[in-house]
Write a protein that binds this ligand. Structure first.
Ligand SMILES: [Zn+2]
Length: 328
């Protein structure tokens, strides 16, 4: 009996050591997958904790979403669920994903309560934010209203944050959190544009119209002549953020409008130059724990540095052509 017990104990030690070795080897082979595993635990824990924190609030559910809200916001909650259901299938089909549980939404009654939930300053305006497993939105009763002060469903449908934030949710779950910030912002705006028609406009069009360089200096004082296509394109190229900079400190980039517009342009570039299948392939590589450099290399043949340089030449050309055409 004792010998058998000792034998079992020895087998247990071997199994633990083998388990540790498997973990170490899989980390060495694919550190991204292990990182994603830890992130998934953190995300699911955060999602459950946030839901528990809001357990006293009202709860309304649809087939695929559940929204927590203040009692006075029942009409807004019903609208949020209706719009969320409208965008659910198209985004899932475009990105190849189907959540295995109802997607949680927390609806905040005021701007202060939404920004305060992140500890952001009150003047930080946001209609919606996706963060670790939950979509947080500002109630449409605050901002999507008609002149009479009633909620206008059409304003919420066309300018609301649901399609954008739900795309962030899908990208996060598809890739286990393994994506650069410019990528998820680009895909979210791409889907949003397809579904609602909303997108930030090319920031260089207005600068060109005002006779300004991207750096806000006026064009040549001698003649005040607008630069020719090539020259204008080079100015724009200098102004665009390198993708590596857009990943590390996206929120701290001084020109946020440019950062968002450029993110959208990256996804447009991938779709235009490489085709929509390429975007799916990048997402697939990210979901396998591969870093973005490797994902781009596999899907486009160019590494991050080459992709970035080619993209900025393309984007500067597009922006220059568009801004000159709009002003002629
Ligand atoms: Zn976003």
């Amino acid at each position: 009996m004792t010998e058998r017990w000792r034998g079992n104990h020895w087998i247990h030690y071997c199994l633990v050591i083998a388990g540790v070795l498997v973990l170490v080897f899989s980390w060495l082979r694919n550190p991204g997958m292990i990182r994603s595993g830890f992130y998934t635990i953190f995300r699911e824990g955060s999602r459950i904790a946030l839901d528990f924190k809001h357990r006293e609030q009202q709860l309304m559910e649809s087939e695929h979403f559940r929204v927590r809200y203040e009692e006075r916001d029942a009409e807004a909650a019903a609208l949020v669920l209706a719009i969320a259901e409208e965008i659910y299938d198209p985004i899932n089909q475009n990105l190849g994903y189907e959540p295995n549980r109802k997607v949680p939404i927390i609806m905040y009654p005021t701007n202060d309560s939404l920004t305060g939930s992140f500890g952001w300053p009150a003047d930080e305006g946001a209609l919606g934010v996706y963060w670790v497993g939950t979509i947080r939105i500002l109630s449409p009763s605050v901002w999507a209203t008609s002149d009479e002060g009633k909620i206008d469903p059409e304003i919420f449908r066309t300018t609301g944050p649901i399609s954008h934030e739900y795309t962030h949710y899908v990208i996060d779950y598809l890739t286990g959190g393994n994506y650069p910030r410019w990528f998820t912002e680009g895909v979210a705006q791409w889907e949003e544009k397809k579904l609602t028609g909303f997108a930030f406009s090319n920031p260089f069009t207005e600068l060109y119209q005002q006779n300004c360089r991207p750096s806000q200096q006026r064009f040549t004082p001698k003649s005040n002549a607008k630069p020719k296509g090539q020259e204008w394109q080079e100015w724009i190229y200098q102004e665009l953020y390198p993708l590596i900079e857009m990943d590390a400190g996206f929120d701290y980039l001084p020109n946020q409008m440019l950062a968002y517009w450029e993110s959208l342009m990256v996804v447009k570039y991938i779709n235009t130059v490489y085709g929509s299948e390429c975007l799916s392939q990048i997402i697939k590589c990210l979901s396998q724990g591969k870093p973005i450099n490797q994902a781009l290399k596999q899907a486009t043949g160019a590494d991050l540095a080459q992709f970035d340089a080619d993209f900025r030449v393309w984007a500067a050309d597009q922006a220059a052509r568009e801004s000159i055409a709009r002003n002629n």
